[in-house]
Design a protein around this ligand. Structure first.
Ligand code: SAH
Length: 231
């Protein structure tokens, strides 16, 4: 006879909660079924502090230390849907944080690159992503400069509030030469709220970009090296 271990029971509980979270996101307007499936596959409880596991599948942001947060699932789903990720796309994430968004991108079949400026956060998420079998290349540093070595990207997602458009990121978007042009999805604005913005590269020239604006969100700030140096 097969009896279930406490671990199985816990995993079943989390799976049920995850299914409910996906239903909630659908009710809140997320329509991209591939994104919903990815959210339904990533064990978010692994990415939050053990003391907060019971809240891992509520649709809310949670603290991950160093004054940072794991984004709200709705926000992750919203940004991921705007990125329009196809399998094998090269996607750069700015702000690894807990590693959760990176894992969602892996579930969509993307080749994922992620930059984080807090070394301690990066070490933790690195270990976790490895343990869960998510293959993500990471780098410690200022992601507002992008990651030139692996450019161009089909998608770049910034998971912190950018005061304006980081030029370096625009330049690292793939130009639409036989492929769809690269998409940059980022919240633009000050501390009181940011407009979710999508920039799509439409050609090789310096002005070949299209800009679309969506809902308002509130993110932790993107801290560039220059800003950090000033204080
Ligand atoms: N994507 C994360 C959300 C993390 S919150 C997740 O799924 O959990 C935003 C993260 O961006 C924080 O970890 C913060 O340290 C980081 N960050 C802020 N400015 C940055 C910069 N210039 N370069 C890289 N990371 C940055």
């Amino acid at each position: 006879m097969v009896s279930s271990s406490p671990n199985d029971t816990t995993n079943r509980k989390f799976r049920r909660q995850r299914t409910r979270l996906v239903d909630t996101l659908r009710d809140r307007g997320i329509q991209d079924e591939r994104v919903l499936e990815a959210i339904g596959a990533v064990p978010r409880h692994e990415f939050v502090d053990p003391a907060l596991r019971d809240r891992a599948y509520a649709d809310e942001a949670l603290p991950i230390g160093r004054n940072q947060t794991i984004s709200q699932p709705f926000t992750v789903a919203y940004q991921t849907a705007l990125l329009d990720v196809r399998p094998n796309d090269r996607v750069l994430e700015v702000g690894t944080g807990s590693g959760y968004q990176a894992a969602v991108l892996c579930e969509l079949g993307a080749r994922v690159f992620s930059v984080e400026r807090h070394e301690a956060l990066l070490q933790r998420s690195r270990q976790l992503l490895d343990r869960l079998g998510y293959s993500v290349r990471t780098q410690h540093g200022d992601g507002s400069k992008g990651w030139r070595a692996f450019a161009p990207y089909d998608g770049i997602v910034v998971t912190a509030a950018a005061p304006d458009l980081p030029e370096a990121l625009l330049r690292q978007l793939r130009d639409p030469d036989g492929h769809p042009g690269g998409r940059l999805v980022l919240p633009v604005g000050g501390p009181d709220g940011q407009t979710m913005t999508r920039i799509t590269r439409t050609g090789p020239g310096p002005h070949d970009y299209e800009r679309e604006e969506f809902h308002t969100f509130r993110f932790v700030p993107l801290v560039s090296d220059e800003a950090a140096d000033e204080g």
